[in-house]
Write a protein that binds this ligand. Structure first.
Ligand SMILES: [Zn+2]
Length: 237
C-alpha cells in the first residue's frame, strides 16, 4: 500500500513539474512593489483523503465524474451552501473559522455571508487538456468575497479601520484586490493578507489561483490538490 502511494506520488511529482513548474520550486518574486507567486510550492506534509485519486485523463477518454459521495456543506455562520467531497467540507469549515477570526481582527465583526461561484463542477482544468479540475472531485471552491453586517452599536472598531466601514459593506476580489480608489486600500490589504495566510496553511487549502491570472480576476480558486501551489500577484503600497 505504502509503496503504491510512493509510486503514485512520484507520478504526480513528474506530472506537477511538467504542468505547473518549469522552475521546479517555489517562486516568489518581488518586482518593484509587486509580490508575485507562481507554480509549484512544495509537497503538503499531511495525508488527505483525495491524494491518491487519478488527476489525469488517459488520452481520448471522456471525463466522467462520480458525484455519489459528495455532501452538501452548509456553513454555520457564513450563509452559503456548496456540494463538495466530505473531506473538503472539513476544510471549508476551517476556512470559515479563519474568515470569522480575520474579520473580527480587521473589521471588528465576523462576515455574515460568503459569496462564491461554485464548488463541484464536472470539468477539466481550464486551459489544461487531460488534467481533471479539482472542481470535478468537489475539492475546490471559487471564492468571490464576503458581506459584512454593520458594526454593532457601541462596539469598538479596530485601530486603523476607516470610519465608514462601520456600516455594512461588500468585500469583493473583483473590486478590492487591485483597487482603483485609494479609499479601498484597507480592503486590499485584508485580501492580500488573507491569501498570504492561506498560502501558509496547507491543512486548509493547498492550491490558490487569483488575480491577475486569466479567468481568475474576480475570484480566488482554492483547492486541496495533492501538490502545494500558489499563482497570484498583488501590488504593495
Ligand atoms: Zn476554481
Amino acid at each position: 500500500m505504502n509503496r503504491m502511494l510512493t509510486h503514485a506520488r512520484r507520478i504526480l511529482l513528474l506530472a506537477a513539474c511538467f504542468l505547473l513548474a518549469p522552475a521546479g520550486s517555489a517562486v516568489e518574486a518581488r518586482v518593484g512593489s509587486v509580490v508575485h507567486y507562481s507554480f509549484f510550492d512544495g509537497w503538503p506534509s499531511e495525508h488527505y483523503a483525495l491524494d491518491g485519486t487519478q488527476r489525469f485523463l488517459p488520452q481520448g477518454q471522456r471525463l466522467r465524474c462520480d458525484s455519489s459521495g459528495l455532501v452538501r456543506y452548509r456553513s454555520e455562520h457564513l450563509r452559503y451552501t456548496v456540494r463538495v467531497n466530505p473531506a473538503f467540507a472539513q476544510r471549508l469549515a476551517a476556512f470559515d473559522r479563519l474568515l470569522e477570526a480575520r474579520g473580527r481582527e480587521a473589521y471588528g465583526r465576523a462576515p455574515r455571508r460568503l459569496v462564491q461561484r461554485g464548488a463541484y463542477n464536472c470539468r477539466s482544468a481550464r486551459g489544461r487538456r487531460g488534467r481533471i479540475s479539482e472542481h470535478a472531485f468537489g475539492n475546490a471552491l471559487d471564492f468571490q468575497g464576503l458581506d459584512f453586517p454593520r458594526l454593532p452599536r457601541g462596539a469598538a472598531a479596530p485601530a486603523g479601520m476607516p470610519r465608514r466601514l462601520r456600516r455594512g459593506f461588500s468585500l469583493r476580489i473583483a473590486d478590492h484586490w487591485g483597487p482603483r480608489r485609494t479609499r479601498d486600500a484597507y480592503h486590499a490589504r485584508f485580501l492580500h493578507a488573507l491569501a498570504e495566510q492561506l498560502r501558509g496553511h496547507t491543512e486548509i487549502f493547498r492550491g490558490i489561483v487569483g488575480p491577475p491570472q486569466r479567468r481568475h480576476r474576480n475570484h480566488l480558486h482554492l483547492d486541496a490538490a495533492p501538490w502545494h501551489y500558489a499563482m497570484f500577484a498583488y501590488e504593495v503600497e
